[in-house]
Design a protein around this ligand. Structure first.
Ligand code: KIV
Ligand code: NA
Length: 265
């Protein structure tokens, strides 16, 4: 079996097929999702919050994303692996973006990169695509801009809605193969989806998108704390892992582990 490519993703929109994307930050989790048939895996800079213990995505470094992406590539054989360009690795301009993305392609082996911004990242997207690196664009709520925008629904005003449409068109024109829409009103996301030839990947952007993405630790109930309303929780991994750890601790303290079958003589 060969890996899924960005051309497969583009063809899915032509066929009107919806598809799922999940984040992944390590080889084992990625292998589970790969075997489950998840076609696109995102090594998101949400790894900052969900894997590395930072409070935002802002401190995440290119070294960190490169290491995590290499693990996800090693853990998968079928999925298209997309790596986030972290904050500070592309904002200086197209040449910096190309240098960063090239590392992710050559050292980690990813098939595509994602960056935040439409019009503001146009030159970066163009140079990467011209250089042979597929780009996924990320619009709406862009967490790397938390210090200027906060974490709020985007595109609520008429002006903001028009800007989102312009950003999406700019990303498509620059050659992006897909656009993530984060925390955007469903009607606006559906309008953007209809106006583009490339697929939209929604997160908190309603059912009108071509694809849906969730952060895996949110989706499987590992993150803990209050979840945004757009998260559907498919398991309670926090409960499962906590109960197992407690049972192990009790067994060790009480002498029930190791038993005879766990020992060699
Ligand atoms: O970092 C991430 O996980 C993302 C998705 C939420 C789209 O950018
Ligand atoms: Na991200």
């Amino acid at each position: 079996t060969r890996r899924i490519t960005v051309r497969d993703i583009t063809a899915a929109k032509e066929r009107g097929e919806k598809w799922p994307m999940l984040t992944a930050y390590d080889a084992m989790t990625a292998s589970v999702f790969d075997e489950a048939g998840i076609p696109v895996m995102l090594v998101g800079d949400s790894a900052g919050n969900c894997h590395l213990g930072y409070e935002t995505t802002v401190p995440v470094t290119l070294d960190e994303i490169t290491m995590l992406s290499a693990a996800v590539v090693r853990g998968t054989s079928r999925a298209l692996v997309v790596a986030d360009l972290p904050f500070g690795s592309y904002q200086e301009g197209p040449v910096q973006a190309l240098r960063s993305a090239t590392r992710l392609v050559k050292e980690a082996g990813v098939g595509a990169v994602k960056l935040e911004g439409g019009e503001r990242s146009l030159a970066q997207t163009e140079l990467l695509v011209q250089s042979g690196i597929p780009v996924m664009s990320h619009l709406g709520l862009t967490p790397q801009s938390v210090h200027t925008m906060g974490y709020r629904v985007q595109g609520r005003s008429e002006e903001a809605a028009h800007q989102l449409v312009r950003d999406a068109k700019a990303a498509e024109a620059a050659g992006a193969f897909a656009v993530v829409l984060e925390l955007v009103p469903a009607e606006l996301a559906a309008e953007v989806t209809r106006s583009l030839h490339i697929p939209t990947v929604g997160i908190g952007a309603g059912a009108g998108c071509d694809a849906q993405v969730l952060v895996w630790t949110d989706m499987l109930g590992l993150t803990g704390g209050r979840m945004p309303r757009f998260v559907k929780q498919y398991a309670d991994l926090r409960g499962v892992l906590g109960d197992a750890a407690k049972a192990f601790a009790e067994d060790v303290v009480g002498g029930a582990f190791p038993a005879a079958e766990h020992s060699v003589h």
